[in-house]
Each structure stands twice: as C-alpha cells, then as structure tokens.
Design a protein around this ligand. Structure first.
Ligand SMILES: *[C@@H]1O[C@H](CO)[C@@H](O)[C@H](O)[C@H]1NC(C)=O
Ligand SMILES: *[C@@H]1O[C@H](CO)[C@@H](O)[C@H](O)[C@H]1NC(C)=O
Ligand SMILES: *[C@@H]1O[C@H](CO)[C@@H](O)[C@H](O)[C@H]1NC(C)=O
Ligand SMILES: *[C@@H]1O[C@H](CO)[C@@H](O)[C@H](O)[C@H]1NC(C)=O
Ligand SMILES: *[C@@H]1O[C@H](CO)[C@@H](O)[C@H](O)[C@H]1NC(C)=O
Ligand SMILES: *[C@@H]1O[C@H](CO)[C@@H](O)[C@H](O)[C@H]1NC(C)=O
Ligand SMILES: *[C@@H]1O[C@H](CO)[C@@H](O)[C@H](O)[C@H]1NC(C)=O
Length: 627
C-alpha cells in the first residue's frame, strides 16, 4: 500500500482517536446538564451545551447525541443511530442559529422539556373583513347523512405473521433478526395485528371494506400513512406506503378528504417551509406532490378549488350544492418534532398557510358556505407550537359562525378539544364555547383497538348531530380469526344523559354543539365517574392508567385547550417522566400522575431528548451513571 493510500485508510481511525476524549467530555457534560435540568435557566444551559457541540459540525453533533442515546439506553443503538442520521441535519441547523434566551430557545425548551413556556408572540393576522354578527345556524331538521372518519393507519409493509411481537424496538412484528423470524420466536404475532405493532396491510383493507359496507356519503382520513420505523424509513419506503395505503382507499371508498401526517415524508417529521434554505434531499416537495395526486384522485378532481401542493388544499364537496367547503391544512409546519421550524426567529406564517386559510374562510363566509377544517395534529395538543396554536385560534374565533367543526387525528386516542371566544381562562363556559374539534382514534392498535368513526351530519348545516365509534376488539379471542367491526358507543347516547338538562339519545334535532361538549367537561368535573368513562373510552378500554386528581383536572383542561395559550398543562417534575410503558417499567417508579404524552411522540427525535434526560436521571439515582 502506498503511504498516501495508507493515510487515507487510517484517516477515520485517526479522526476517531482525536475526538475520543472530547466525545467523553461531552457525554459527561450532558450527563450533568440533563441531570441538572430543573428550570428554565438550566434548560438554557443545556441549549448552550448543545450549541457548543454543534460548533464542531453536524457530524460531531450527530455522533455525540447518538452516543448519548445509546449509552443511556434510551433506545437500542441501531435505533439511536438511525434517528440521529435522520433528525441530525435539522437539529444542527436550528441549534447553529439559535440564540440563547430567545423566543426560539424558549420554545425549544418548552416543547422538549416543558420549561421556559413562552407566551405566544403577538401577530397581526389582518382579517379582510370585520367579524359579522351571525352565529352558528340551527339544525335543519333534515335526515342526517353519514360521514366516516379514520386516521393514523401506519400500515407496516414489513409486518410478518408469526414474527416476534415482543422485541426491543419501538415497533415489533418484523423479522429484525433470525430470532424474531416466524418459527423462531415464542411470541408469534397473529395475522391481524398486535398492540406492540403497526397494522398489517390486510387490517387496513378489512377496515376499508367495513367502511364501504356502510355506504357513507363521503369519508375523511386525517393522515399518518407510513409506519413507525422512523429510524429506518426512506423516500422509497414512504412512496411505497403511499401507494399501498391510497390505492385500496381509491378502489374501496367514494370521495375521501385527506390530510398530511407527521410521518408522511422522509426523514420523518421534517417539513421545512419554503423560506428555509435546505439541501434538496431534505425538501419534502416530492411527498407533497405524491400525496396531492392521491388526494385529488379521491375528491373527484373537479371539487379541488385551491391545490397548494404544500400539504394543504381546499375543496367544495360536490354533493353539497356549493354549501360545504373542506379545507385540509398542513399542521406539521407547527409540529414540535419538525426541527426545521425552530428558526431564529420562528416564522409567523410558514408557507403563508395562515393567510391562505384566512382567504379560504373569507370566501366561504362571503359565499354563505360552511367549512370543515381537517388536519392531523390538534391545535391544542402539546406537540403543537404554541404561537401557531394561538394564531389558529384567532382565525377560528373570527370565522366561528362559518366553521361547522374541525377534525383531527395524531394522538391515536379518542379525544376532543373545545375552542372559546373568552381570552380569559376562567371565562371558558358553555356560552363562550365557539368551535368543536373531533379527535378520532387510530386504526393502529398500539393504544387501543383498531377503530373508525361514523358521524351523523346535518345535510344542510353540516353540523355534527352525533357519532358512533366503531372498534374491532383486539382482545377478543376471535379477533385473530377475523376482526369484527362493531359499534362501541354513540356520543349523544353516552354523554347526553349525563348533562343537566339531559339530551336524549333519540333527540335527533339536537346538534353536538361546542356548548354541548363544554357541558360534558363540566359533567366530568362534577362526577368523577363521567370522567372515568371518557378516560376508559379514550383507549377503547386498553391499558387504562389511573387518572385522578391533577391528572384528571389537567386532562379536562386539555379538552378545553384548543388554544394552548389557555392550556393548564403543568410541567412534570421529572423531564421525560411521561415516557413509554417500557420506560416506566424501569427500576425507579415514576409518578402515576404524570401527564400522558401523545402516542405518536414515543421516542421520536424531539422526545428523544426528554427521554435521554430522563434516563440520565434514572441512572444517576441508581448510581449507574458512569460517564
Ligand atoms: C450542575 O449543577 C451543579 C450544582 O449546581 C453545578 O456545579 C454544575 O456546574 C452544573 N453542571 C452543568 C453542566 O451545568
Ligand atoms: C417480553 O420480553 C421481555 C424482555 O425480553 C420480558 O421481560 C417479558 O416478560 C416479555 N413479555 C412477555 C409477555 O412474554
Ligand atoms: C431461525 O433460527 C435459525 C438458527 O439461528 C436460523 O438458521 C434460521 O434461518 C432462522 N429462521 C428464519 C426463518 O430466519
Ligand atoms: C405508485 O403507483 C404509481 C401509479 O400506480 C406508480 O407509477 C409508482 O411507480 C408507484 N410507486 C411505488 C414506489 O410503488
Ligand atoms: C378573568 O376573570 C376572572 C373572573 O371573572 C377575574 O377575576 C380576572 O381578573 C380575569 N382576568 C383577566 C386577565 O382579565
Ligand atoms: C374486548 O374483548 C375482551 C375479551 O373478550 C373483553 O373483556 C372486553 O370487554 C372487550 N372490550 C370491549 C370494548 O368490548
Ligand atoms: C349547557 O349547560 C347550561 C347550564 O349549565 C344550559 O343552560 C345549556 O342549555 C346547556 N347546553 C347544552 C347544549 O347542553
């Protein structure tokens, strides 16, 4: 070997040798700064440390964070490496530009560790016309139409019947190793899915058949096509997933309105706005364009009014006499794990989407239409940037008479959120409740049985008169032979009787208004059994944790928290204490009253920080921190 070739061959080794002490140094520093994380100022210290590492370059940041992830056992090391390779570039970009103590840094700390919660920055949305004095139209009294809502399908194309469902990765039922393969494992997965796994393709198709049997007027699908293998996923896999999910939808169902999920690109979760200059391999335009093709095919192209190909569109429902406008917007621009979004300063209106939304709503108001807003991440969810939650709320308040309802997914759970005209937290009441956001549970069975929902819709006002939640009970012994899709509960029947005055299940003239749902939250406050019933249904009876005291009041507050500025979210004492079941089974028992993080959050890039912090603290307490 020539000397030059030898040097080239040795270069990686030499480089590693040169960096070894500093890697160790950084692990020690982070061990200490994660362990010190108790308030906003210690979070700023941590941001400073992260920035210092970023100063050595992107690959060094990726290496240090990857090592920290492995060393703390936050995830298996291949998962750590995969997450950092994918989330590293956007994390690096943000940290490089972030100013300590800025609104961006505070938002970063708040989203990742629940410290430094900043108020939303004022932003003048400038509406084209003043708010009219009109209010929600009363129900028409016409017989309702049925609309189906399904969400978070996450089909895993590598799902294998007979493979190990009890693996060490974030999702199982794949042959990661020979030991996981069918025939070699003592935990073989059934053909129709498992609560530790994303669904097999056949479950998705079976659900679509069950929906088609109901012959709905149309359907909505609030996104998340790709599986949870976010440490492995690439563009080719996402495109294959789009095809395998949308082709059967097209074949089986009529008109479907869809929304973009945080998993619907690669790298997962990373959706830079047009104004951020990213290397072309991180531009999600290919995903937007592929989805736009599928989406427009499903709406009957004629009805699409405004196709932005930025994960959003607006359509006039063809059978509505020009009376129903459906607006699907891209909530991932405001997603806490979208690291490109931590710009300095944070963009007020990435991709000008808010202004597009205002124009669409104004047009709808002018044309006397009703609007459904559909999107993936609920505006009030803790995964949502607070600034944009507040801006969206201002838009919703301005157009409250036009917006019939909002529809979301993302949490995998059966939840809802109420919006209020009152800016004063304490004035949120039935007569200030202005808008209702329905959060439909998932097909994916990792936090409850596979499900979809059927709404009864007023064919004139497009208000929600009732809904019936359907599930295929995954705990039922016959499930693995063939899932049975059965009604689980109906909203009016289940909650109406608990109100005073009660709303009768057969009172078909009553809309499920925002006031109705506010009254449900009051019934929860007045009678713990009403809350417990909701809490059980939230996960379809699966893995129900105890939720009383501050856990219950936080959850009720969350239901009233469509604007997260109004949220009563309280920081857990231990950052990351809200992490997964697997983590909680660890050596230190964690507070049972810790706030539940959304399912989708589990160990994804941003949450990985909180998880590492949590693990560091566990190790420290157990005397196992050896770096
Ligand atoms: C952590 O806190 C201790 C005690 O307050 C302090 O001595 C140490 O410098 C802190 N470490 C970091 C990395 O901030
Ligand atoms: C799953 O695997 C873990 C670790 O190997 C083991 O401790 C646990 O008992 C297994 N669970 C079941 C239900 O067999
Ligand atoms: C099962 O394990 C054996 C022994 O490791 C291996 O030879 C075989 O290929 C495995 N089976 C599968 C289907 O991977
Ligand atoms: C998806 O389907 C389209 C149209 O059927 C086809 O052209 C394309 O090659 C498919 N892509 C993948 C990744 O399967
Ligand atoms: C909110 O309302 C409560 C009770 O009506 C009142 O005591 C409080 O001062 C109000 N707060 C603000 C900021 O207006
Ligand atoms: C699902 O099936 C299990 C086992 O038969 C049963 O205990 C449970 O009550 C069922 N859940 C629902 C929501 O029907
Ligand atoms: C909500 O409750 C109030 C009384 O607290 C009642 O006046 C109002 O009619 C109720 N609204 C609905 C829709 O149930």
């Amino acid at each position: 070997m020539k000397p030059v070739a030898l040097l080239v061959a040795l270069a990686p080794l030499l480089a590693t040798a040169a960096q070894e002490p500093s890697l160790k140094h950084w692990l020690t520093t982070f061990g200490s700064s994660f362990n010190n994380l108790t308030d906003c100022s210690s979070c700023q210290t941590l941001v400073g440390d992260l920035k210092d590492v970023a100063d050595f370059g992107e690959s060094f940041l990726v290496e240090v964070l990857g090592d920290l992830c492995s060393e703390t056992g936050a995830e298996p090391s291949d998962v750590c490496v995969g997450i950092m390779a994918r989330g590293g570039p956007s994390t690096y970009h943000s940290l490089k530009n972030m100013k300590l103590g800025s609104h961006t840094a505070n938002t970063f700390c708040a989203n990742l560790f629940q410290y430094c919660e900043p108020d939303a920055r004022p932003y003048d949305l400038s509406f084209p016309s003043p708010k009219p004095s009109t209010s929600r139209p009363p129900p028409s009294g016409q017989p309702p139409i049925e609309v189906v809502h399904f969400s978070d399908t996450h089909v895993d194309l590598s799902y294998e019947t007979g493979s190990n469902w009890n693996c060490s990765k974030p999702i199982c039922c794949r042959s990661y190793t020979k030991e996981d393969a069918p025939g070699n494992t003592s935990h073989p997965a059934g053909p129709w899915g498992n609560t530790n796994c994303d669904p097999p393709q056949r479950l998705h198709e079976d659900m679509l058949d069950a929906i088609a049997d109901m012959n709905p007027a149309f359907s909505i699908y609030t996104g998340d096509v790709a599986a949870h293998d976010y440490w492995l996923v690439d563009k080719a896999e996402v495109l294959r997933n789009f095809n395998h999910t949308y082709e059967p939808i097209e074949k089986t169902l009529g008109i479907v309105y869809s929304a973009l999920g945080n998993h619907d690109s690669a790298p997962a979760f990373q959706f830079p706005s047009d104004d951020i200059n990213v290397p072309s391999q991180y531009n999600p335009q290919w995903a937007y364009e592929a989805l736009a093709k599928d989406w427009f095919a499903l709406t009957g192209i004629i009805s699409v009014k405004s196709a932005r190909e930025h994960g959003s569109y607006s359509a006039i429902h063809p059978d509505s006499n020009n009376k129903l406008r459906i607006i699907s917007y891209n909530s991932i621009l405001y997603y806490k794990n979208n690291f490109w979004a931590y710009t300095e300063p944070i963009e007020f209106d990435p991709d000008d989407q808010l202004h597009w939304l205002i124009n669409e709503l104004q047009e709808a108001e002018d044309e006397n239409q009703r609007v459904w807003l559909i999107s993936h991440i609920p505006t009030g969810n803790s995964d949502h940037f607070r600034d944009h939650s507040h801006y969206l709320d201002r838009i919703i308040q301005r157009y409250e008479a036009t917006i019939a309802a909002l529809f979301f997914g993302h949490t995998h759970k059966d939840e809802f959120q109420v919006s209020y005209s009152a800016s004063n937290f304490t004035d949120r009441n039935w007569d200030t409740a202005t808008a209702m956001g329905y959060i439909a549970p998932s097909l994916t069975p990792t936090s409850g049985s596979p499900s979809f929902r059927v709404y009864q819709i007023d064919p004139v006002t497009y208000g929600v008169m009732d809904y019936t939640q359907y599930i295929a009970n995954i705990s039922d012994p016959s499930y693995q032979t063939k899932p049975k899709w059965t009604p689980y509960y109906s909203a009016k029947e289940n909650y109406g009787s608990k109100l005073s005055p009660p709303v009768a299940a057969d009172d078909t003239g009553v809309e499920l208004t925002p006031a109705f749902w506010h009254n449900v939250t009051e019934a929860m406050e007045n009678d713990p059994s009403v809350f417990q019933d909701y809490w059980n249904k939230r996960t379809r009876g699966f893995d129900v944790s105890t939720c009383v005291g501050s856990c219950a009041s936080n959850e009720i507050c969350g239901l009233r928290g469509a604007d997260t500025s109004n949220s009563c979210y309280q920081a857990p004492h231990d950052p990351g204490a809200m992490f997964s079941k697997r983590d909680e089974a660890g050596p230190v028992s964690l507070s049972s009253e810790s706030f539940q993080e959304p399912e989708c959050d589990h160990s994804e890039a941003a949450s990985l920080f909180a998880k590492m912090a949590h693990r560091v603290r566990l190790m420290k307490r157990n005397g196992k921190l050896n770096f």
